[in-house]
Each structure stands twice: as C-alpha cells, then as structure tokens.
Design a protein around this ligand. Structure first.
Ligand SMILES: Nc1ncnc2c1ncn2[C@@H]1O[C@H](COP(=O)(O)OP(=O)(O)OP(=O)(O)O)[C@@H](O)[C@H]1O
Ligand SMILES: [Mg+2]
Length: 367
C-alpha cells in the first residue's frame, strides 16, 4: 500500500487526501487512500472496473461521504462540507446536459450575477472550447464530442480551482476521443486548473496525466509520472495493467542469473534475486529483440513463429522458444524491423533478451 507523506505541505498543494475509507455494507470500496494533488497538476485515477475510482471522485466532490479520513483543499478542511460548499466543476461520462435548455443556458446554469455578465462569460467559454456558434442549439442537435465540450464549459463556468472528470471520453468513438484528449489537456494547461480525471484507459492516462494513481480493489498500487509507472511498475498488477508484459517463471542460480529451461539468463535488475528460489521475471514486448541473423551468444535462442498480426503502426508476433522451457513470448516490432527478418525453416527467428530489460519483483507473499 502506498502512503504519501502529508507533512511538508506548502501553498502549492491544492488537495490533500488522507486515510479515506469507504464501506458499502460489508464491502470495503476504499481502503485508507492518501494522495496529495499539487496546484495545476493533472492527475489520473486509473484502474479496472469496480476498483473505486468513481467512489473516490464522488467523495472529493462531496456527493458521497467517507467513513474515515480527511480532505483538505488549499488549507480548508472540506471533509464534512456539502457539495455546494466546495470549489470544483465536474464532468461525468454521460453528457448530463439539460436536454430542454440551450447550450448557452446549460453553460450559464451555475452562474450568478447580472444577465449581461453571464452572457459575456458564456461567449468566453464557447470560444474557449472552440464552439463559438452553438449557443442557441439544444444538446440533441450536437454530436457526442460537442456535448462533452459543452459539459466541460459548464464545469469551468465559475472558474473553479478544481476540475473533476469521470471518464469524460469513454462514451465517444475512438477518433473523437483521441482528438478531445489533446484538447482537454491543452485547455487544462492554458487555464492551469488542477484536474483529477478518472479513467480505465491506460493510454488516456499515459498521454494526459502529469501523475497517474493506479488503483486496484480499493487501494493505491502506485503513484507516479507516466514514465515512472510504465518503466518502473511497482507491482505485477501495475506491470500488467499499464502496457503488456511477458512473464518468465525462472529459477535463480545467483543474485543476477536465472535458469530457464535449458539455458541460463543474466538479469540486470535493481532487485537482486534470491539464489535457489523461483522468480517471476518480466519483459515488455517491445524490449525483446529479433535478429536478422543467427549468432551464438548469451541471452539468445531460436523462437518459432506462432502468430503474426499488424496492429496499426507495429507488428505483434507470438513465438515459442524451446530452449527457454517452451515459453511463449509476445514481441512488438516495427515495419522496418519485420522487413529485415528472414524466417528460416519452420519459421525460426533468433530472439535476444537484453539483460537490462529483464526485470523481477520480489516474490509475492502467498495469498
Ligand atoms: N452506492 C453503492 N452501493 C453499493 N456498492 C457500491 C455503491 N457504489 C459503488 N459500489 C461498489 O463499490 C465498488 C467501487 O465502485 P466504483 O463505482 O467506485 O468503481 P469504478 O472504479 O469507478 O468502476 P468503473 O470503471 O466500472 O466505473 C464497486 O464494487 C461497486 O459495486
Ligand atoms: Mg466509475
């Protein structure tokens, strides 16, 4: 379980979440969640369905109450404040615009003050989301992507210090989703508004977040930048959930060497192996190298091609390697790399596992 220090806070901290616990009957949806979010930071809560992302976001919004723990926003304890007393804007997965109100009225809904000030603010916001001409339209006359931009404008109307987004893109088709990712990120940076976005889409989190909070079964598995999470996953769960992994069940002969089937492999892992024990090693599909020509040496074996498919800009191959206990490996290579390969009889290809790309976690405790 990851705990963030709640000491040494300074004015750069927008949100300080500590020890949040939430039960639904006998079921614990959140166990002791602690997290600090800095001002202007874009944080993604990432995890599989049911891990507690929405529950945490709703607690931050005051739409759900925590059983234990504290939430402080810029120095103010808001743990028991009602939703209306808190300072945030929110966008949900389903558009949730009022269908009987025009776009302008939807955006102005939470605004107070004189009509002309509201009108000016609505124009400003429509320009901000790049849809200046739709003020008098109704939600049903807009595409899904346009509706989500309007929902975003409505959430930002009162200039909140915190923007909460719950899977705002997941109901949209792939192309619109990718486009809006970039737009939301650009808007967030321009306004500098602290943002917490819930998603179960790892690509969305990796491309948009300054920091990712990986959740599983109501606990935080890891907090880190996209590069930290991808390159240094803290657990098997994170390694598998963010990106793909090949897992090798190997026997350690010393602190940096394992036996796998008939061969021995070197590992340059930060975590030393325990000689005489079995370890789960992992390597990313793009870190495995396929060679155009066979040469003898360490970390090398012949793989038999089982399957080859094109996935957009790269190829994905499945190989089985007899020398390494018949393990099946997933490998991702570029078009250029594929063109250089020569498949020998029986579709055999030399496979190289770089020692510095093979990593391991300490053996997991038996459940
Ligand atoms: N009001 C409720 N009553 C009972 N159980 C609930 C309630 N709200 C959420 N849960 C349970 O708490 C767990 C976490 O739910 P939550 O909606 O936070 O998950 P999530 O991570 O947002 O998942 P998804 O990606 O599917 O939206 C789930 O097992 C869910 O069934
Ligand atoms: Mg959810």
């Amino acid at each position: 379980m990851i705990r963030e220090s709640t000491t040494n806070l300074n004015i750069a901290t927008e949100l300080q979440i500590s020890g949040i616990q939430k039960q639904f009957g006998a079921f614990t949806a959140l166990h002791d969640i602690s997290l600090n979010v800095q001002k202007s930071e874009f944080v993604c809560l990432l995890g599989p369905s049911g891990c507690g992302k929405t529950t945490l976001l709703r607690i931050i919004a005051g739409l759900e109450t925590a059983d234990r723990g504290q939430i402080v926003q810029t120095g103010r304890d808001i743990t028991h404040a009602s939703a209306a007393e808190r300072d945030y804007g929110i966008v949900f997965q389903s558009y949730a615009l009022f269908p009987n109100l025009t776009v302008a009225k939807n955006i102005a809904y939470g605004l107070k003050g004189r009509a002309q000030d509201k009108d000016r603010r609505v124009i400003e916001l429509l320009e901000l989301i790049g849809l200046p001409a739709i003020a008098e339209k109704y939600p049903a006359q807009l595409s899904g992507g346009q509706q989500q931009r309007v929902a975003l404008a409505r959430a930002l109307a009162t200039s909140p210090n915190l923007l909460l987004l719950d899977e705002p893109l997941s109901a949209l088709d792939a192309q619109v989703r990718e486009h809006l990712r970039g737009e939301i990120k650009a808007l967030q940076q321009k306004l500098g508004v602290t943002t917490i976005m819930v998603t179960h889409d790892q690509e969305e989190a990796l491309t948009m977040a300054d920091r990712i909070v990986v959740m599983n079964h109501g606990v935080i598995e890891q907090i880190g930048t996209p590069a930290e999470i991808y390159q240094h996953p803290a657990s098997r769960f994170v390694a598998d959930f963010v990106g793909h992994c090949n897992w090798l069940h190997a026997h350690a002969v010393d602190s940096h060497r394992v036996r796998l089937g008939e061969a021995e492999l070197n590992i340059n892992s930060e975590t030393a192996l325990t000689a005489g024990q079995n370890h789960e090693l992992f390597i990313r599909p793009e870190d495995i190298e396929l060679l155009p020509q066979w040469r003898a040496g360490e970390q090398l074996a012949l793989g038999k091609l089982l399957h080859l498919e094109l996935i957009g800009s790269v190829y994905r191959l499945r190989l089985s390697v007899a020398l390494w206990a018949g393990i099946e490996l997933e490998v991702v290579i570029s078009h250029r790399e594929l063109a250089q390969l020569r498949f020998a009889d029986g579709q055999l290809i030399p496979v190289y596992l770089p020692a510095e790309k093979l990593r391991c976690f300490a053996p997991e405790r038996a459940a």
